[in-house]
Design a binder for this molecule. Structure first.
Ligand code: AMP
Ligand code: MG
Length: 522
């Protein structure tokens, strides 16, 4: 791969773990350990993104090469690189979990292309010193979910890691999907994902928890220098600006999640990127019927800590942990607290504008809050598909009667027989307020629809769609992986030939494992 320009700043500038044995252990006074991927038995390329390859300096032809297959399956090590696993800690489900680290992620290298830096990381390429009790591997099903979803998110305009490649390892991996004592072998796979860096909130938390304050200072300065070069000024001022920047980008990311109906499922601080990008696609899911209390993660089904409607508050809680981690460098709580407080205030304001844009309301009025609150409540009276509802809303015309407007959104109801009596009344009332509100909009119906369709996707990676692709892939057929990959590149466009994917969750998927509920088993 002749244009792959290796420029590894992370390992070149930060102190390495002197221990080179690949044994599970506590690793102190460093941010990473050198470790090579485990060689896969029989790697086979399932899919690769030409766009992401191009981004990092790999050509279309090179994707098909033996060299590509071997490098991104972990079989060979790229020349002039020394792969490494990162050491970090984190809060999981609200509790301090101590050292975690890359248990099954191995960073191959940092590359430079068109003046941008990217870290290339394999997920599922074998054990590292941070694998704790697990095997360091990943199964095909979870790898397809990560591979497809990251790219779908990118094309939806949601900040995210990217997916370069999806490769079958040829190894068998033992997993107990339901955690009920029925382990079975599944196909193993390796995904190569790409991000500016894989530094997490938990990277800083670890150093502070261990009172490694000299390392903390060096690491924060390294991070700012390379990944936030726009930050300048006195050291303390820089650390605060850094925190503010992480808070701002995290806020924007969560706003996008709420806009498209994405539920991350495991917002632990080790899964929060300092770049404000979505990272670690595990038991995530997409809202089908609009339900702020929904989470796909069965591990969290009791407390629903990471439910859809709680994501902004959790992001703030996680930022609070990052603030605590940075505190020893700043020694002043007030400016950090101010940033944390403004997080929710700013989020509320942004959320309102985002929601109004989904409704096609682009001029403000004092009834805005009421309209938003009203629809959030009504959407929950009877199961209503979020994506279909918002998409079809753009078909409503200013001159429509309430009945005509109702007919346009009716397709979004999962249980049409429930839409009568009080529920029907509520819908009619809201639609009549909405129509009145639309009449004071300056844009024409057509202009408004165009703008709405840019924020209300037509196609998202519904939980059952990913599962269908997985079921086919398990049988060795990857056509659906490619079909969904292509479909989701243009999520806001009408794609008449793919209309079948603009459909409510089918009944069979309501309670099928992998569709509406997922465990962390991956
Ligand atoms: P997650 O919930 O996927 O973010 O994982 C939490 C921690 O467990 C991270 O440190 C992961 O690297 C680690 N982990 C998850 N699955 C595995 C696995 N199969 N092998 C080794 N480590 C794992
Ligand atoms: Mg993780």
């Amino acid at each position: 791969m002749k244009n792959l320009k290796i420029n590894n700043r992370f390992t070149a500038e930060l102190p390495a773990d002197p221990e080179l044995t690949n044994e599970i252990r506590q690793v102190k006074n460093t941010l990473f350990s050198y470790v090579n991927p485990t060689k896969p038995a029989n790697p086979k390329l399932i899919h690769a993104s030409e766009e992401v390859a191009d981004l990092v300096g790999i050509s279309k032809e090179e994707i098909q090469s033996e060299e590509f297959l071997n490098a991104f399956s972990g079989k060979d090590i790229l020349p002039d690189t020394q792969p490494y696993a990162m050491c970090y800690a984190g809060h999981q489900f609200g509790n301090w979990a101590g050292q975690l680290g890359d248990g099954r992620a191995i960073n191959l290298t940092e590359v430079e292309h068109n003046n941008q830096f990217y870290t290339l990381q394999l997920k599922g390429a074998g054990k590292t010193p941070y694998s704790r009790t697990a095997d360091g591997l990943a199964v095909l099903r979870s790898s397809i979910r990560e591979y497809l979803c990251a790219e779908a998110m990118y094309y939806l305009g949601v900040p995210t890691t990217r997916s370069l490649s999806l490769i079958l390892s040829g190894d068998q991996v033992l997993r107990d999907i339901l955690y009920n004592g029925n382990p079975a072998y599944e196909k193993g796979a390796v995904v190569c994902r790409v991000a500016p860096s894989f530094i997490r909130f938990g990277s800083f938390e670890m150093l502070t928890a261990r009172n490694e304050l000299k390392n903390l200072k060096e690491f924060v300065e390294f991070t700012i220098k390379h990944y936030f070069p726009e930050i300048t000024g006195e050291p303390k001022e820089q650390y605060l600006q850094f925190f503010k920047k992480v808070a701002d980008t995290t806020r924007e990311m969560i706003l996008h999640w709420q806009r498209v109906g994405f539920v991350h499922g495991v917002m632990n601080t080790d899964n929060m990127s300092i770049h404000g990008i979505t990272i670690d696609y595990g038991p995530y899911g997409w809202l089908e019927n609009y339900d702020p209390n929904w989470t796909p993660n069965t591990t969290d089904s009791q407390n629903r800590r990471y439910r859809f409607g709680n994501q902004p508050q959790i992001a703030q809680w996680n930022l609070y942990q990052l603030a605590n981690a940075l505190y020893p460098l700043i020694n002043e709580a007030e400016p950090l607290e101010k940033i944390l407080e403004s997080f929710i205030v700013d989020f509320k304001e942004d959320y309102k504008n985002m929601f109004l844009s989904k409704l096609g309301i682009f001029t403000s009025s004092n009834t805005d809050d009421k309209i938003i609150q009203g629809i959030e409540e009504i959407l929950q009276l009877s199961e209503t598909d979020m994506t279909i509802y918002f998409r079809n809303l753009s078909q409503i015309k200013k001159d429509d009667s309430v009945e005509q407007a109702f007919n346009k959104i009716e397709y979004a109801f999962y249980l049409p027989e429930e839409i009568k009596g009080e529920i029907l009344d509520s819908w009619q009332k809201w639609l009549s307020v909405y129509l009145k509100r639309l009449s004071s909009e300056e844009l024409s119906d057509e202009e408004r629809a165009v703008k709405m369709n840019l924020v209300n996707p037509k196609y998202v990676l519904r939980n059952y769609m990913a599962q269908l692709a997985i079921d086919e892939a398990d049988k060795g057929n990857y056509d659906l992986v490619d079909e969904l990959f292509q479909l989701l590149k243009n999520p806001y466009d009408e794609q008449p030939e793919s209309e079948k994917w603009f459909a409510k969750r089918p009944d069979w998927a309501r309670s099928k494992v992998g569709c509406s509920m997922l465990s962390c088993s991956s």
